[in-house]
Design a protein around this ligand. Sequence first.
Ligand code: GLY
Length: 376
Amino acid sequence: MVKPLHAALDVTLPDGRHYPIYIANDLLKTSGPLIAELQGQRRVIIITDQNVAERCLPALQASLSHAEIPFHTLTLMPGEGSKSFAVLEETLTQLLSLAPDRQTMLIALGGGVVGDLTGFAASILLRGVPFVQIPTTLLSQVDSAVGGKTGINTAHGKNLIGSFHQPQAVIIDTQSLATLPPRELRAGFAEIVKAAAIADADFFSWLEENLDGFLTKQPAILAEMITRSLRIKADIVMRDEREGGIRALLNLGHTFGHALEAECQYDGRLIHGEAVALGTILAFDYAATLGLCRADDAQRVRRLFQHVSLPTQCSQIAAFNAAKLVQHMQHDKKPNQGEITLILPRSIGQCEIHPHISADSLQRFWEDALTSKAAH
Ligand code: GLY
């Protein structure tokens, strides 16, 4: 008999809905009993992609079989292309052909693409069925698996079609990081640093002291890093599920980063976590030029990213144009009439929402940043 597992965190929303986040090494092997706790021996449908299926599916399937939970598996093509209307339609059609009922649980086994698509499908299949997130990349473990935003991309932009649909549980197995490509591991680290920079100066110092443990993938260090990072995200989501206010803090570095990503046309030169690393440095540098935070804090952020070989200068990626980057920033978020809002630090661990940022001041900042070899 498997020992009952205590959740590392619990996300409780203002209306009382809540869900556990389990974090441990080799957790996939005991995921069956965790799922049985939620829904007994009812059938589940796993949605995954071809890459993750090779690395992680056998352990999940074995654990479900052991717990006597019947399951089906749908396997998507890996990559951002699967977050589309076409793949959503195909997935829903396949799900319907399995004759689900409103208690049929979906399990998202994979990175952010699988989690976002599965969550959205779960929110509209039969007007809503339960789902569980089993994120297998560091980025999805510390970011997209928690919070309830689900969605797909369209020609008009990323994540413009979607829903809020919270999972029933999040199961994080740090063992799934053992075979993750180093670039993707570093990309996840960027979101962890971002979380510390938003709200927890002690955690930021802990990250500076535990870089070796991260780079050598020590399970205890990874588990603590993920737990502390998710605690910050969960605290914010619990207070503002639908981003009416403080949830915007989680966008630190994202408006700068999205502009760089959009300029690279998502062609692989800059993946999301790398854009977040550059964007977080830029947000600190911009805040320092406005006198909001100390230049020393910006340097600490830059050094941390340098130590794990994340990009810290835009020139490492491409030759960018300041005016085009400002245009992207004016259209970063859902309808915003060209208004730029930035999350800017006062110090490491303390950030604020700044609406009405002047496009002219940003243009000057980008021009300086892009020509100063030392900084960008
Ligand atoms: N699903 C990601 C979020 O809600 O932030």
